[in-house]
Design a protein around this ligand. Structure first.
Ligand code: ADP
Length: 283
C-alpha cells in the first residue's frame, strides 16, 4: 500500500526519484494529465478546470493563487480525491487516484496525504489529543499502544502539548490550526495539501502557521497550498496562477526546497521539530 517505496537504483540519487520510477509510468511525485472538471447544475454546465497539466516533485512547496472562482479548490480537491475529474488522469506516487472508489480513496488518502482546511475541521466533541489520534485509528497505521504517545509527540512539535486534553473550542483559531497540522502529520504522509490554511487567521498567527509549513518543507514534505496571501505566495518554491480553470502562469522562486540528495533518509523520518521559530511569532 505504501507507494512511497524506493526502487534502489544505486546511482546515488534518492530511490524513487528516477524518471518513470512509479508504477503507473509517471516520473513525478504528482502528475495531472489533461484534467477537466465540469459541474452540472440547474443553470447548465460549468467548466471549473479546463485541461490542467501539472507536475510536482518531492520537496516542492507550491502555492496556488488566483481570483475567487478560478478553480483553486477544485484543483486541489482532485489531488486529494475529495472530488473527481470529469476527464484526465491524476497520478500520485504509485496511485492512479482517479480510478479509486470511495472506500479505497478514504484509506489511500488517510495514509498518504495530510489535508488541512481553512476552518480546521476538528471534531468538536473530541479532545485535541483524540483529534490527532483519529487518523491513526482510522488507517490502523501505528500500533494502538503507540498512538497516544505519537499524537502527544506531534502536538509537542506544533507547541500544543499543553492543551492536549482540552476541547478544540477551548483554544484559539491559530492553535486549532496547529492541531489540524499535527493531525495531518499523524500517519507521516509525504504530501500535505492545504486549502487557505491561513485564511481565517490574523496576520501574526498566519505567519506562525506558515513557518510550520516552511519547516515541514525543510524536512522534505511536499506541500500544495491554496492562498490569497500574496506575501506568503512569494515565500514558496513555485507559485501557480489559475484563471478560469487554467494554469495561466507559474513563477519559480529561489526559496529553500528540500534538496533531492538529502531526500532519502528524511522523507519518511518523523516530522522534524517545527514549532521553535513559530513559538516566537504567536502570542
Ligand atoms: P476557487 O477555489 O478558486 O474560489 P472553486 O474551485 O471553488 O474556485 O470553484 C471554481 C468554479 O466552480 C466556481 O465558479 C464555482 O462556483 C464552481 N463550482 C465549484 N463547486 C461547484 C459545484 N459543486 N457545483 C457547481 N459549480 C461549482
Amino acid at each position: 500500500m505504501n507507494w512511497f517505496r524506493r526502487n534502489g537504483s544505486g546511482n546515488g540519487r534518492p530511490n524513487g526519484l528516477q524518471a518513470g520510477s512509479y508504477r503507473k509510468g509517471n516520473s513525478r511525485l504528482i502528475e495531472l494529465r489533461q484534467v477537466t472538471k465540469i459541474y452540472q447544475s440547474a443553470a447548465g454546465t460549468f467548466p471549473a478546470l479546463r485541461g490542467i497539466d501539472l507536475q510536482v516533485d518531492p520537496g516542492e512547496f507550491i502555492a496556488v493563487v488566483g481570483k475567487s472562482g478560478s478553480g483553486k479548490s477544485t484543483l486541489i480537491n482532485m489531488i486529494t480525491g475529495i472530488d473527481r475529474p470529469t476527464s484526465g488522469e491524476i497520478l500520485v506516487g504509485d496511485m492512479a487516484v482517479h480510478t479509486l472508489n470511495e472506500g479505497q480513496m478514504a484509506v489511500w488518502r488517510g495514509r498518504n496525504l495530510g489535508v488541512i482546511f481553512q476552518f480546521f475541521q476538528l471534531l468538536p466533541t473530541l479532545s485535541v489529543l483524540e483529534n490527532v489520534m483519529l487518523p491513526m485509528d482510522f488507517c490502523n497505521v501505528h500500533k494502538p499502544s503507540e498512538r497516544q504517545a505519537r499524537a502527544m509527540y506531534l502536538l509537542e512539535q506544533v507547541d500544543m502539548a499543553d492543551h492536549a486534553y482540552k476541547l478544540p473550542s477551548a483554544v484559539s483559531g491559530g492553535q486549532q490550526q496547529r492541531v489540524a497540522i499535527a493531525r495531518a502529520l499523524a500517519n507521516d504522509p509525504p504530501i500535505l495539501v492545504a486549502d487557505e490554511p491561513t485564511g481565517n487567521l490574523d496576520s501574526k498567527t498566519a505567519e506562525s502557521v506558515f513557518r510550520l509549513f516552511e519547516n515541514l518543507v525543510a524536512s522534505c514534505k511536499t506541500i500544495l497550498m491554496v492562498t490569497h496571501d500574496r506575501d506568503l505566495a512569494r515565500r514558496v518554491t513555485r507559485t501557480l496562477i489559475l484563471a478560469d480553470g487554467e494554469i495561466v502562469d507559474e513563477i519559480r522562486h529561489s526559496n529553500g526546497q528540500c534538496v533531492a540528495d538529502d531526500y532519502r533518509g528524511r522523507a519518511t523520518a518523523e516530522a522534524q521539530p517545527v514549532a521553535q521559530e513559530a513559538r516566537h511569532a504567536e502570542p
